[in-house]
Write a protein that binds this ligand. Structure first.
Ligand SMILES: [Zn+2]
Length: 624
């Protein structure tokens, strides 16, 4: 890994070479010569550890949410990782990884301190969450200290740009020795109690190490103001420990897009036929369509109110205007999601109750009952709109494993629920399903400007995390229409956003997961990435920003669609597909020691022979 000081030295050498054009040429030739020689010696140009992250856990698996959240984070980022047991993470094993995340809550008491030390000394970054054995703390520039009474008064963490609440949870007090404090535990009186997050680099050549003195993997989505603050901090730490390394990731969206923006129109049923609502719905659709943004409509196809004997389906004459609007949504590229069959049970009316779970009896409908209701709703939508729904949103987000089994058996492809993660998620669902999380909440009645501002701040956070930006809107009043438009407008100020619907994103995520599940990275003469099959073009392999791609082969054939640091892939038909990426060789690379020696020699020569040359017009030659 090129260190900061090496890079600076290289830069100085390059500058000296520029002074003397002839020797500059000589230097480059020598450098190329040495390059070739090294190539012939074998695949050693990128001498880093393979691009893999180790997730280290201990024996305590009673509470596995932290591990699952780390896995979701890494899968969303498209990084290759292994879950490794503490006792298996030996010094030899550590050489396979260029960074590690330690799930401290699982009590990794058998983890070798030497392996951790070797890892950071070799330049790898580490994130340690919660419980840390005190003998390891100096490696993190901190010291563990006992809990005192003042720790009982902690109610939030202050990160400067935002705060996040502390719930009924354990914290792990420390004192910073040399570590930098990134966030503080605060008490009711606004006083700093102790550090909540630190980062530290012991020497220029060591990796960056982070310590989270609380469970950064839990309570996601709970803080009402910044629901994803903890996931955000974890991801920022991950980005930082990976910077400077040759990371190879499979982007979460097509064509290197940074995020996806999705609006769900919520709780639409056959009685959404009032003049006011329909006018608002057309106006909203027009606003989105004229900006190339799409709508996803959560539709309950049968409205029931047993107390007044109402039972109106999508086929009813009263629903004509709604069906027309829904057809316009579909024609403009939007989609329809099934939001239950009736969105109620027993004597309740549509919308106010869940459908699969009886809250009084605390009973779930059976798999068969759920399957029948879901399929009745899907058939009703198909026969009235000519559209086959692929997505499902359980009323009140109340679904159990039978709901997922029913959906999977009926050929559904995704759910769109709010869950405890902002990341792409398939863990805990049935085969063939993914969740497109609702990450940005919704616009309630009587919303204020304040709510709009909070939602915009969360758009910023989700955008920086490359997480899907998804909110829902009932369009019950003009104010909610306006706020929805403002959120789209705000998002449009950001580059590289995919304005899509839930169907498109789910299909893309399925294809990406197929490719990702076989992903492997080898760093040798070239970067060799193995991916599983995908039926969609547009999957993107991303390298660090400072890298410059020179040539790409996909399954042995030259592939032209790449730019700077990323490759946009075609359909991949093989079970295992090989993508070979060659980098441009004119960038600083300290993994070429012989080349560097020759450059230094030629520099000395240039100074001796061409002392008086001060030409600068060869600057462009650095492009190689
Ligand atoms: Zn609902």
């Amino acid at each position: 890994m090129p260190t900061v000081s090496d890079k600076a030295r290289y830069r100085r050498i390059t500058l000296v070479l520029l002074i003397s054009p002839i020797v500059f040429d000589l230097g480059l030739n020598l450098l190329e010569g040495s390059n070739r020689r090294q190539l012939d010696d074998g695949p050693t140009i990128y001498s880093e550890a393979p691009g893999k992250v180790a997730v280290i856990t201990g024996e305590s698996l009673a509470y596995n949410i932290p591990l699952l959240q780390v896995q979701r984070l890494l899968e969303h980022q498209g990084l290759v990782y292994d879950v490794v047991k503490d006792r298996d993470f030996t010094v030899a094993k550590s050489k396979e990884y260029f960074s590690a995340i330690v799930v401290g809550g699982s009590q990794p008491t058998s983890l070798s301190g030497t392996a951790i030390e070797e890892l950071t000394n070799g330049g790898a970054g580490i994130i340690w969450i919660e419980d840390m054995p005190s003998h390891l703390s100096p490696l993190f520039g901190i010291r563990t200290v006992p809990e005192t009474e003042s720790h009982q008064t902690i109610n939030r963490i202050d990160y400067g740009e935002f705060t996040t609440r502390i719930f009924n949870e354990a914290i792990y007090p420390i004192e910073p020795l040399e570590a930098h404090v990134n966030g503080w535990f605060m008490d009711n009186a606004d006083r700093r109690v102790s550090p909540a997050e630190t980062s530290y680099r012991s020497q220029n050549t060591s990796g960056i190490v982070y310590y989270f003195a609380y469970d950064a993997c839990s309570w996601w989505g709970v803080d009402p103001e910044y629901p994803w603050a903890r996931a955000y901090r974890l991801q920022m730490a991950l980005n930082n420990i990976l910077s400077g390394h040759l990371t190879v990731s499979l982007a979460p969206y097509p064509r290197n897009l940074k995020t996806a923006f999705i609006t769900r129109i919520e709780d639409v049923d056959p009685l959404h036929n009032s003049y006011e609502w329909i006018m608002r719905a057309y106006s909203y659709l027009e606003y989105y369509t004229s900006r190339n943004a799409l709508l996803s409509v959560s539709l309950t196809p049968t409205y029931i109110d047993p107390s007044v004997g109402l039972d109106i389906g999508l086929e009813a004459v009263e629903s004509d205007v709604l069906r027309k609007w829904l057809s316009h949504v579909l024609l403009s590229g939007g989609t329809v999601i099934e939001h239950g069959f009736t969105h109620q049970y027993n004597g309740k009316k549509t919308g106010v109750a869940p459908e699969f779970y009886n809250e009084e009896k605390r009973e779930w409908l059976s798999l068969n009952e759920q399957k029948q209701r879901i399929s009745a709703g899907a058939n009703q939508i198909r026969s009235n709109l000519g559209f086959s729904v692929k997505g499902f949103e359980a009323p009140h987000y109340l679904a159990n494993k039978d709901t997922y089994a029913a959906l999977s058996q009926l050929g559904f492809r995704y759910i769109t629920h709010n869950s405890d993660t902002p990341f792409l998620d398939r863990i805990g669902l049935a085969e063939g399903l993914v969740n497109i999380p609702e990450t940005l909440g919704y616009i309630p009645l009587d919303s204020t400007k304040e709510l709009e501002e909070t939602m915009k701040a969360n758009i910023d956070m989700l955008y920086n995390m490359s997480c899907v930006i998804l909110f829902f809107n009932h369009l019950y009043e003009d104010e909610s229409l306006k706020i929805g438009e403002h959120l789209l407008e705000y998002s449009l100020t950001k580059p590289m956003v995919w304005y899509t619907n839930t169907d498109n994103l789910a299909e893309f995520w399925h294809e990406r997961l197929n490719a990702y599940d076989k992903m492997d990275v080898k760093l040798g003469r070239d970067i060799e990435v193995t991916l599983g099959p995908t039926r969609k073009a547009g999957l993107t392999i991303v390298l660090p920003e400072e890298k410059s791609i020179r040539r790409v082969h996909v399954n042995g054939a030259l592939w032209p669609t790449f730019r700077d640091n990323y490759v946009i892939l075609p359909v991949l038909r093989e079970t295992a597909n090989s993508i070979l990426i060659s980098l441009s060789e004119d960038e600083p690379n300290t993994n070429m020691p012989q080349g560097l020696t020759l450059v230094i020699l030629s520099t000395a020569l240039s100074i001796l022979l061409f002392k008086k040359t001060t030409s600068t017009h060869h600057v462009n030659r650095t492009q190689g």
